[in-house]
Design a protein around this ligand. Structure first.
Ligand SMILES: *Cc1c(COP(=O)(O)O)cnc(C)c1O
Length: 391
């Protein structure tokens, strides 16, 4: 729809997401796009059968997918978007598209665990080597780039330990060497961080989290501006036969409509809870880049316009059994993986923390909280009663 309408005034994200994908071709006059379920798409004439620009087969998407992509491009400020059936698939598609036998990739040491498992288990089988780097390395990543390096993958902030990478410096090093740069941008929901504007080639999101907001869909997307990279990514998706169900695309678009407003709520509530936790005697540290006390605060302030609802706390040193004495009494926080849904969640991170290139000094058990849409005062009261068990 574009950044401005007839008034000439640049429109805010909430406005753009309300009006995205409202073309009559997609909606048939309804407010929402149609859910077009199709394997076969009947084309109008023989000359269109092999038309690469048109919809020809369900695997390559239908009107519903097109509608979702238009909305997602508004969020990330991207020209193009490639959909994937999960956030993890969106993370690994760039490796499959741009790296291969004889190649080398650089991966941030704090990336999402399943992304790391793909790098460790699958890439070696295709003869591709990986080097992990300290997420705080910044411009120093240039020293790790080899002639055969194809891709640099960064997640900022890391979704358990919340280091902020110096994104412009890493993107510039990648660009200077002709290496594809990829940012996993799931934490910011794309609302508070625009990796493409900071120089990254690709910005990836697990739409499973904030874009959905409903804790009921797995989906991912890769956002980009570069046409050449787009062709390669689209070919990779087509070669692999991965596709997204139109019902999921429809439901995700519904989630995206309210994303900007939800993120404001997640941000404010999480900060309120984080500030309360900072003062609690049972807690060593709160890892939340929007807190002035956080070592990543300055970089966050420079490159982000806000914070989502996900952060971690470090408890006073205690054995795992005692950590469970804190977690089990929580009433409003579900014990579960993921984040970005309407409901608050909590996990114990230590069993899944894997580092080989850096060692964050935590000083106690690491607990991750996802702040949902409950009232923050209720969440604080719940945390207070559970922390009392271990204080
Ligand atoms: C959840 C998540 C993913 C993977 O998304 P799925 O849809 O669960 O496959 C990737 N990266 C980050 C940072 C995530 O939080």
């Amino acid at each position: 729809m574009g950044e401005e309408g007839k008034s000439g005034r640049p429109r805010g994200l909430g406005t753009r997401l309300t009006h995205a994908a409202r073309d009559r071709k997609l909606t048939l006059g309804g407010v929402n796009p149609v859910v077009q379920k199709a394997s076969t798409v009947i084309v109008e004439s023989a000359s269109k059968l092999f038309d690469p620009g048109g919809w020809t087969y369900g695997r390559h998407g239908t009107a519903t997918h097109e509608a979702l992509k238009q909305a997602l491009c508004e969020i990330e400020g991207a020209e193009h978007c490639v959909l994937a059936p999960s956030g993890l698939m969106a993370c690994i598609l760039p490796f499959l598209a741009f790296a291969g036998a004889g190649g080398h990739v650089l991966v941030g040491d704090n990336v999402y665990g399943p992304t790391r498992r793909f790098v460790d288990r699958m890439l070696p089988r295709w003869g591709c080597e990986a080097t992990y780097f300290d997420p705080l390395i910044g411009a120093g990543v240039a020293r790790l780039i080899r002639p055969e390096t194809k891709l640099i993958f960064v997640e900022s902030p890391g979704s358990m330990t919340f280091e902020i990478a110096d994104a412009p410096a890493i993107a510039a090093a990648a660009r200077a060497a002709g290496v594809v740069s990829v940012m996993d941008n799931t934490w910011s929901a794309g609302v508070f961080h625009k990796p493409l504007a900071l120089g990254f080639d690709l910005s990836v999101q697990a739409n499973t989290k904030y874009v959905s907001g409903g804790a009921d869909i797995l989906n991912g997307a890769i956002h980009l501006n570069d046409e050449k990279l787009l062709v390669r990514l689209r070919e990779t998706v087509a070669d692999l036969g991965v596709n997204v169900a139109p019902d999921d695309a429809y439901a995700l678009l519904r989630g995206a409509r309210s994303l900007a407003m939800r993120m404001d709520h997640h941000q404010a509530s999480a900060l309120e809870v984080a500030r309360w936790l900072e003062k609690h005697p049972a807690i060593v540290r709160v890892l939340h880049p929007a807190l002035e006390s956080d070592p990543n605060h300055a970089l966050w302030k420079r490159d982000f316009t806000g914070a989502s609802g996900l952060f971690s706390i470090v408890l006073n040193p205690m054995p795992t059994a005692k950590v469970h004495v804190f977690l089990d009494p929580l009433d409003l926080f579900g014990l579960g993986f993921s984040y970005g849904g309407f409901e608050s969640l909590v996990i114990h991170c230590d069993p899944q923390l894997k580092r080989t290139a850096s060692s964050p000094e935590l000083g106690g058990p690491l607990i991750r909280l996802s702040i949902g849409l409950e009232e923050p005062a209720d969440l604080i009261a719940d945390l207070e009663q559970a922390l009392a068990q271990v204080s």
